[in-house]
Design a protein around this ligand. Structure first.
Ligand code: ASP
Length: 433
């Protein structure tokens, strides 16, 4: 019997998870049962993916950088990558601002709904505000200072410190380029084998993906707030989703124009990573799968994928920046504020920076939104307005974050002449290892 393609397996897992969650939510004990007996399988699945992130970055980036053989190539590729990331983020924020100004979702919120939402959710948003205050207290060069770890074991022990691990791996790779070939060969061979082991581990984890996403979605459904609140915020949610969909269309077009690869090729290649991004709400947890798909199914050579994707997972969050722009203007509209063009242009800058500073984990975009609101003079209390629908929108924006990284990696690979034919051409043959 032909094996079902991975994205179908994951989709079926997700659908069954939602149905199971809805059924269980209708029983009195259902929520507890799901939380005690189903949710842990989802957590185990996410943990297994996160477990792979640091060794994957270390191994593949060291190998990738040392394969470039030339430091000037690395800095050229680095410059191009960062520039492309900034451009796509600015496009995302602009799309968000256009949609929110056209649709005006804030006007659909009545005074009483606004008061209800603020009184229901102010407490829940406090932890986001506290976290944002910590970020705001940092000096202007803190981000640069944080880039360099004082201890590599310490840095690798926290997934939050992904950029520090990336810094170490690039630095190590540069050292490897600079020593004589007969000495570096053994180290490179080691990392080559090491990478294969890690890729094999990802294959094994992905065997459990349908069960993992089933558990994650079942738990989300039983824990979600009442449907009435979703209704009140439906225009806002629709605006975000429309903006995010336009961003996906933008990537497809960008990939087609620059690499001549068809939309179906791109989407089929990246879809398992997108589904995982949706189920986990974390680009960091999805990174191992994104790397494997981009390399094996989209034809981006390892030297490029191993550099562009980990950097992208930490700094390029187009979905997050788009959402921050829409949310900021929505809150202003709901509070009856009129934002000037100048303030909205300011949002382009702050949302771009805030998305770069957001961690690749669930809910991180909301923490940095506090800073966007503060800069634009919009009341922070507005966070409570959007809290109820934040998780589903987080799931959607994470898809865009991951898709953006994959699209940019194809563009950079094309410009570096490192976009080949994918290793896996048969879609049913999900993994070759
Ligand atoms: N969950 C998002 C990600 O991991 C970040 C966010 O927007 O909250 O990419």
């Amino acid at each position: 019997m032909k094996k079902l393609a991975l994205h179908w397996q994951i989709l079926i897992g997700m659908a069954l998870g939602v149905v199971f969650g809805v059924i269980m939510a209708s029983f009195e004990q259902g929520k507890d049962l799901v939380q005690d007996w189903v949710k842990p399988f989802g957590t185990m699945f996410i943990n297994a993916l996160k477990l792979i992130a640091v060794p994957l970055i270390l191994g593949s980036l060291i190998k990738g950088v040392s394969d470039l053989k030339d430091i000037s190539k690395l800095s050229k590729m680095g410059g191009k990558t960062i520039l492309t990331y900034v451009v796509t983020t600015v496009v995302a924020v602009t799309i968000g601002l256009v949609f929110v100004n056209l649709i005006n979702p804030g006007n659909s919120i009545t005074e009483s709904t606004r008061q209800d939402l603020v009184s229901n959710y102010t407490e829940s948003t406090q932890k986001y505000k506290d976290e944002a205050i910590k970020q705001q207290d940092k000096g202007p060069l803190q981000a640069l200072e944080d880039l360099i770890p004082d201890n590599i074991i310490g840095a690798s022990s926290e997934n939050k410190n992904m950029l520090q691990v990336i810094f170490f791996a690039i630095f190590f790779g540069i050292g490897l380029i600079l020593i004589p070939e007969e000495k570096s060969k053994v180290v490179k061979d080691f990392f080559d084998g090491f990478n294969d082991v890690i890729l094999k581990m990802i294959d094994l984890i992905m065997l459990a993906a349908p069960i993992g996403v089933f558990a994650l979605l079942a738990a989300l459904v039983v824990e979600s707030p009442s449907v009435d609140l979703f209704k009140a915020l439906s225009w806002y949610a629709l605006t975000v989703v429309l903006g995010l969909s336009s961003m996906i269309a933008f990537y497809i077009l960008m990939v087609y124009i620059i690499t001549r690869k068809k939309p179906t090729f791109f989407l089929r290649g990246i879809s398992p990573a997108q589904l995982l991004a949706f189920s986990t709400s974390s680009s960091a947890a999805t990174l191992p799968v994104t790397m494997e798909r981009v390399n094996e199914h989209l034809g981006v050579e390892k030297e490029v994928a191993s550099f562009v994707l980990p950097v992208g997972a930490t700094v390029n969050m187009d979905g997050t920046s788009l959402y921050q722009a829409v949310a900021a203007v929505f809150i202003a509209q709901a509070f009856g504020m009129d934002l000037t063009l100048g303030t909205q242009l300011g949002i382009i800058v702050t949302a771009t920076l805030a998305s770069i500073g957001s961690a690749a984990v669930p809910g991180a975009g909301m923490v940095m939104l506090v800073i966007v609101l503060a800069q634009a003079g919009i009341p922070e209390a507005g966070l409570a307005l959007i809290f109820a629908v934040d998780r589903p929108l987080d799931m959607c924006r994470t898809i865009v974050n991951v898709t953006g990284d994959a699209a940019v990696s194809m563009v950079i690979a094309k410009s570096e002449r490192k976009l080949g034919e994918p290793e896996v051409m048969n879609w049913d043959d999900n993994y070759k290892h």
